[in-house]
Write a protein that binds this ligand. Sequence first.
Ligand SMILES: [Zn+2]
Length: 133
Amino acid sequence: MPNNTIVPRGTKIRKINLSRKTAPCPRCGTVSKRHSIGHRRLREVGISAPTMLEVTYSKHYCVSCRKHFSLPMDHLAQPSGRFTNRVRRTAVDLVVKQEMTLEKATQRMRQKYHVHVPPTTLHDWVVAEMKID
Ligand SMILES: [Zn+2]
């Protein structure tokens, strides 16, 4: 896999293929053909074991803009994030709604959902959440 993510022992891999033959250019809307395939690994909430999503997505070329773009997957994860939005949502809720400390929330995420979210990462998520509201 072309990704430097470390996969813990016993990790469950769930595969999702989002690749499409064509997609609208995010800049101008021109329907653009796929020119290649990309892969991305995301840490996901796990019920009984560490879980990772292996996402296959398409990369496209817009002939109008003469630029490449990747199929958006904002519904799954932040553009450069290593975790799914579900992990982020779950962890932030522990802090914001259940009023846990960052360390406690990190511990809960590891024990209950088998995913390690560093307190510094969680801190950034909570701060970002506060700005939106
Ligand atoms: Zn375009």
